[in-house]
Design a protein around this ligand. Structure first.
Ligand SMILES: *Cc1c(COP(=O)(O)O)cnc(C)c1O
Length: 382
C-alpha cells in the first residue's frame, strides 16, 4: 500500500524525547521557548508563540485583532473546516469568497465583492491552501483599502516562500506579511509534533496577548515562577484558555524543524517528476505554481477535467484497488450541515468545482522512486 502521507521521524526525535522525559519538565517550559525561537528565526518573524493546534492559534489570532460576537470574517469555503470553525469560536460568522481555479486560493476579486457588500466585517482570514501561497500582495492591498486586518491560515504552509512587495529575495510564509500567520503541526503537514500550532507576528502586543490567553490568563509564566527565589502570587486579569504546547511536543518539533530543508527538497523532486510525467495525460490537470511563490508541496492536487473517461471517484477507487491511496480535494465548508446557511458573498462555483474534481496523490519524504513510478504507471494506464 502506498499511503497518501507519512511523517518523517528517526532516532533524533527519540533521543530528544528521552532527554525531556528525564528532565522531569514535560509541560510548557524551556523546550517550548527553544522551539519558538527556532521557528521565529527560520521564518524571519519577530515573535513566535506555540499553542495546541492551528485551530486554537486561529482563535487567538482572530480574537487579538478584535473579532467578537456579531462580527463577520471573510474567508474561503474551500478549506478544511477548522478555518471556519475558528471564526465561530470567536462568536462571529464567516462570509465565503470564491477561489481561483489555477491556485485553489482566495480570488482577490471575489474578496473585494464581499468587502464592498458587507458591513461589520472585522477581519479577512486568507488560507495558503495545501501550502500554495495565496496572492498576499493583492489581498493585503484590499485589506488596507477597506481598513480590515488580515490573518493568514498558514496551517499547511511551513517552508513555502513568496516574493513580496517588489523584493527580489524569497521570503518565508510567516514572516509574516499580514498581522499574524498561524501554522499547524498535525501529521498531515510537513513537520509534526503529533498535534500543535504556532502563531507568528511582528507585533509584540499581540504576542504578549497570545502568551496570556494560552496560559489561563495567568499574569506569570511557569518559567518565571520556577526560577523565582521569592514566593510569587499570580493574577488573572482576563479569562484565558489552556492552549499550551507541552515540552514533549516541542522537543520533537525542534528536531523536525531541522529536517525541513531536506523535506522541502525531496517533495519538490517528487512534484517535478509528477508534473513532467503526468503532463501527457489529457484528462488530468497538474498544479500551477505562480511566479511570485514557491509552494512546499504539502499536497499534490490534480484536477480531473470534464471530458475524462472516468469520474474522479471511480479513478480514486481504481487506484485504491492497486494499493495507491488518494484523497478527494479540499472540502467546502458551505456543503456541510453546520455551515449550509452561511451567506456567500461571491457565489462559490469554483470552490464546488475544485471540491468535486480534484484528487490528491501520494507525496511524502520517504516515498521511493519505485512507488512514484508505480503511481504514474497506473494513472497512465487509466
Ligand atoms: C490542517 C488545517 C487546519 C487545522 O490545523 P490543526 O493544527 O489540526 O488545528 C486549519 N486550516 C487548514 C487550511 C488546514 O489544512
Amino acid at each position: 500500500m502506498i499511503p497518501i502521507a507519512k511523517p518523517y521521524f528517526d532516532e533524533k526525535e527519540l533521543r530528544a524525547l528521552e532527554k525531556v522525559l528525564a528532565s522531569g519538565w514535560v509541560a510548557q517550559g524551556p523546550k517550548v521557548k527553544e522551539f519558538e525561537d527556532d521557528f521565529a528565526s527560520l521564518v524571519g518573524a519577530r515573535c513566535a508563540c506555540a499553542v495546541t493546534s492551528c485551530t486554537t492559534g486561529l482563535h487567538l489570532a482572530l480574537s487579538a485583532v478584535g473579532v467578537k460576537p456579531g462580527d463577520f470574517v471573510v474567508t474561503v469555503s474551500h478549506s478544511f473546516i477548522a478555518t471556519s470553525n475558528s471564526i465561530r469560536h470567536c462568536g462571529a460568522e464567516p462570509i465565503f469568497a470564491d477561489i481561483d481555479l489555477d491556485t485553489y486560493n482566495m480570488s482577490p476579486s471575489a474578496l473585494e465583492k464581499c468587502l464592498k457588500e458587507n458591513k461589520r466585517i472585522s477581519a479577512i482570514l486568507a488560507v495558503h491552501q495545501m501550502g500554495m501561497p495565496c496572492n498576499l500582495e493583492k489581498i493585503n492591498a484590499l485589506a488596507r483599502k477597506y481598513g480590515v486586518p488580515l490573518i493568514e491560515d498558514a496551517a499547511c504552509a511551513i517552508g513555502s516562500r513568496i516574493k513580496y512587495g517588489g523584493m527580489k529575495n524569497w521570503e518565508y510564509i510567516g514572516k509574516p506579511h499580514s498581522e499574524i500567520a498561524v501554522f499547524s503541526f498535525h501529521p498531515r503537514k510537513l513537520i509534526t509534533t503529533g498535534e500543535g500550532g504556532m502563531l507568528t507576528t511582528n507585533n509584540r502586543k499581540y504576542d504578549s496577548l497570545f502568551r496570556l490567553l494560552r496560559h489561563h490568563g495567568m499574569s506569570i509564566s511557569d518559567t518565571v515562577r520556577h526560577k523565582a527565589r521569592k514566593v510569587i502570587f499570580e493574577e488573572y486579569p482576563v479569562t484565558g484558555y489552556n492552549y499550551r504546547m507541552s515540552d514533549i511536543q516541542a522537543s520533537v518539533g525542534i528536531e523536525q524543524l531541522k529536517k525541513l530543508p531536506v523535506i522541502l527538497r525531496k517533495r519538490r523532486d517528487i512534484a517535478d517528476i509528477y508534473i513532467d510525467k503526468l503532463r501527457s495525460i489529457d484528462w488530468l490537470k497538474t498544479p500551477y505554481e505562480p511566479d511570485y511563490c514557491r509552494t512546499n508541496w504539502q499536497s499534490f492536487p490534480v484536477m480531473i477535467v470534464e471530458n475524462s473517461p472516468l469520474s474522479r471517484n471511480k479513478i480514486m477507487q481504481k487506484l485504491l484497488d492497486k494499493g495507491i491511496a488518494t484523497r478527494p480535494g479540499v472540502m467546502n465548508a458551505h456543503s456541510e450541515p453546520c455551515y449550509n446557511k452561511v451567506h456567500s458573498g461571491s457565489g462559490l462555483k469554483n470552490s464546488e468545482t475544485a471540491r468535486d474534481s480534484v484528487m490528491l496523490l501520494p507525496i511524502f519524504h520517504s516515498m521511493m522512486k519505485e512507488d512514484l513510478d508505480y503511481v504514474i504507471k497506473y494513472l497512465k494506464g487509466i
